[in-house]
Design a protein around this ligand. Structure first.
Ligand code: IPD
Ligand code: CA
Ligand code: CA
Length: 268
């Protein structure tokens, strides 16, 4: 019962938040500030997070948050943790490029501080009006229609996506894997939104997505959506994802080990 209620709530709040960020993307002079090396935040990120967290606190006052933008006032503990990326793809958003989304997951905490278990996930792209959704055990949908990962099972037919991390050393690791991968696959893409990249794997537009440095809010919804669409999600060594490891790989399952091998520079 609670899962169904949370699922419907999460969809509604993703649509409402998506409308807010689309309006700001269309109309506003965005206020940008730096929050670290190669990292920016806009007033829209802050407004989006405020809207989601306020709505959740009204509806579920005992729940906690794991949300990207700094806000010391948010409770971090609860029987349900809301894992929120208020805008995933901020670099695109800030340049008025149409590849960004809001990513919201409801998860159960575990005894391990670096692991939560998402049971509802929503990723909403407000420019295309595409709502990716999954609820644990109920499959994955795009705008309420069931989706499934691709059936591509050979690398030479596979489209593999990735994004660039900000840190120079991790960027070099990414470049090494890209250099190895590009000679073995059909082609590669980099769209600048990890959550959308994972959802594009879930609906078969891509066959795999990797990233060497993601945070829980980047992956929580996408992880569940990929798994419920029949795919596989792990770190780049094939182990269950953890917040202290950060390397991430979502695939259709069929090319999973091959992408891991490419990342470890094994021949294919
Ligand atoms: C970023 C995007 C990007 C990925 C970065 C993320 P943000 O999220 O998902 O694709 O490469 O690692 O931080 O900053 O736009 O929410
Ligand atoms: Ca993000
Ligand atoms: Ca973000």
């Amino acid at each position: 019962m609670e899962q169904k209620q949370i699922a419907e709530f999460a969809k509604a709040i993703a649509l409402e938040t998506g409308e807010l960020i689309r309006d700001k993307w269309n109309n506003a002079d965005l206020k940008l500030s730096s929050k670290g090396f190669r990292d920016i935040v806009t007033d829209a990120d802050i407004a989006s997070q405020k809207l989601v967290t306020e709505r959740v606190m009204e509806a579920f006052p005992t729940h906690g948050f794991l949300s990207e933008e700094d806000d010391g006032s948010l409770p971090t503990e609860g029987d349900v943790i809301w894992v929120i990326d208020p805008i995933d793809g901020t670099s695109n958003f800030a340049r008025k490029s149409p590849l960004f989304c809001v990513s919201i997951a409801a998860a159960r905490p575990t005894d391990d501080p670096f692991v939560v278990k998402p049971f509802v996930g929503v990723v909403y792209d407000p420019v295309r009006n595409e709502l990716f959704f999954a609820s644990d055990g109920s499959g994955a949908t795009l705008n309420d229609r069931p989706i499934a990962v691709s059936t591509v099972d050979t690398l030479d037919s596979a489209i593999i996506s990735f994004d660039w991390p900000r840190q120079p050393d991790i960027r070099q690791t990414t470049l090494d894997t890209v250099t190895n991968t590009i000679h073995n696959v059909k082609t590669m893409r980099s769209i600048g939104s990890a959550a959308l990249g994972l959802c594009y794997v879930a609906c078969g537009r891509l066959d795999g997505y990797f990233n060497y440095h993601l945070s829980p809010w980047d992956v929580a919804a996408g992880e569940l959506i990929i798994k419920e669409a029949g795919g596989r999600f792990s770190d780049m060594a094939g182990q269950p994802w953890r917040g202290d490891v950060k390397t991430s790989l979502g695939t259709n399952g069929l090319v999973h080990q091959s992408v891991i091998d490419l990342g470890q520079n094994k021949s294919n």
